[in-house]
Design a protein around this ligand. Structure first.
Ligand SMILES: Nc1nc2c(ncn2[C@@H]2O[C@H](COP(=O)(O)OP(=O)(O)OP(=O)(O)O)[C@@H](O)[C@H]2O)c(=O)[nH]1
Ligand SMILES: [Mg+2]
Length: 447
């Protein structure tokens, strides 16, 4: 559902990641692109504007974290802000209290109320609850039958009393629910083509009668911007506690999902993702953001790097570097970690102890040279890895043969490693708490 937006943002991030250092101009240009992409995805213009402003405040001039590429950090800020935009945390419907707990399902005609009632009943049943369905739309022919059929098909109890006025149906429905020993009552109310006063008055009367613990507004995700206006009107005239965005399986551009929470201040609680009674997903802001940004893995990676590499390992490496004890063994460990962490093109510069030249090579050949470097180090004995100075001609020939590489490649690696150690030694000497906030290794050429 967010394909276009995702691929646009992906492009922006790619160009950010390609840079070793980010200037304010780079970031601003990227933010302009992000704004354009959001608008094209049908995000409300004010929402897009506020969003970009918040990202800018956090991204421009922020301290670069240790061990993390500046481009990655911007991506992380965009992600975090998007999670906030989508509501921050998961919002569950309020279905606690003494049973039966009334839940009103409201929305425009055709938005998916009846379908959503059946889906919610299934969801509740899976949670061990006993739902009860009440068809409260006496106007549209067959509206009542539709819910009754859905209820029967899914094995839910349903109110089958006479079709009278909606307030009366709901009142009686609540009484019947008690008799049926149900603990949650889903009231499927009538819809209109537009928000009109008559409908709102009727819904307010139902609300006054049944005193719902939760009013869920069902909104068609396909109608884009309009869904935001509809939600605004319902909020003004009735008020509601959560949004169910339906038809998110279709080619909705997703702008509604990204705007509704920000505009109304009410959380999205579920997504409808199909016509079947199981096509309902509780809404997770963080997962949705990752999906939109197409980069769940990378984000986890950045988090993992922040946690593990930064805290424990960087200290350890730092100590070794200072004492000039960084060995080929450590180097290989870093390479292996790098390979395990995912798409190499996305994690450049994230790990301490891996020279950027090597990474650029890796980027070019998609990981093959990395594998070769690893093979070379693996063909050495532990003694050779700790003390490369013992590597004479015959040992180098043996390693080349053992790793399926050439003596030149072995020489090249050893030279790179030697240079690296030399630099580290210098760094170890001059390092005394300088370079505030910068990556410990970041100010070194080739790191
Ligand atoms: N693809 C898809 N279709 C959906 C979804 N939710 C509902 N629909 C379809 O949308 C149409 C309208 O759904 P209903 O549940 O009848 O909508 P309603 O709000 O109850 O409509 P009224 O009672 O007429 O106001 C039906 O054809 C549903 O199958 C969804 O999440 N995905
Ligand atoms: Mg209906």
């Amino acid at each position: 559902m967010f394909e276009d937006l995702s691929s646009r943002l992906e492009g922006v991030f790619k160009s950010l990641r390609g840079r070793g250092v980010l200037t304010e101009d780079n970031v601003r240009e990227a933010l302009r692109e992000i704004r354009r992409a959001l608008l094209e995805a049908d995000v409300h213009y004010k929402v897009a504007k506020d969003f970009v402003k918040r990202v800018e405040e956090r991204a421009v001039g922020q301290e670069v974290l240790k061990g993390i590429h500046p481009g990655q950090q911007v991506v992380k800020v965009v992600h975090d802000e998007m999670v906030q935009l989508l509501g921050g945390t998961v919002a569950e419907p309020n279905i606690t209290g003494s049973p039966p707990v009334p839940v009103m399902v409201v929305g425009l005609q055709g938005s998916g109320k009846t379908t959503t009632c059946a889906k919610l009943a299934n969801w509740l049943k899976k949670k061990g609850r006993r739902p009860y369905l009440v068809p409260a739309d006496p106007y549209r022919p067959a509206a009542r039958d539709q819910l009754i059929k859905l209820a029967q098909a899914n094995g839910h109890a349903v109110y089958e009393g006479p079709e009278e006025d909606p307030v009366e149906i709901c009142r009686r429905g609540m009484q019947e629910a008690v008799r049926a020993a149900a603990d949650v009552v889903l009231l499927d109310t009538a819809g209109r083509l537009h928000v009109d006063d008559e409908l709102m008055e009727e819904l307010r009367q139902v609300r006054a009668t049944v005193k719902p613990h939760e009013i869920l507004l069902v909104v068609d995700g396909m109608i884009g911007q309009d869904s935001v206006n509809v939600a605004e009107q319902f909020r003004e005239k009735l008020g509601f506690d959560g949004v169910v965005l339906t038809k998110m399986d279709g080619d909705a551009r997703g702008g509604a999902a990204l705007s509704i929470r920000h505009v109304t201040g009410v959380p999205i609680k579920f997504l409808g993702v199909g016509e079947s009674a199981d096509a309902l997903e509780p809404f997770h802001p963080d997962r949705m953001a990752s999906r939109i940004l197409n980069m769940g893995d990378v984000l986890t990676l950045v988090e993992r790097a922040q946690e593990s590499v930064e805290e424990g390992e960087a200290e350890e490496l730092q100590k070794k570097l200072r004492k000039n004890e960084f060995t080929l063994e450590d180097f290989r460990t870093q390479l292996r970690r790098l390979k395990k962490m995912g798409p190499l093109s996305q994690i450049m510069g994230m790990l301490p102890g891996v020279p950027k030249d090597a990474l650029q090579e890796v980027e070019k050949d998609g990981g093959k040279s990395l594998t070769r470097v690893e093979a070379i180090i693996s063909s050495m004995t532990p003694a050779e890895r700790t003390k490369p100075s013992i590597l004479d001609g015959s040992r180098r020939r043996r390693i080349a043969r053992g790793s399926g590489t050439s003596v030149q490649e072995v020489n090249q690696l050893l030279k790179q490693f030697g240079d690296m150690r030399k630099m580290m030694k210098q760094m170890g000497r001059m390092k005394k708490g300088k370079g505030k906030g910068r990556g410990r290794f970041a100010r070194f050429p080739g790191m």
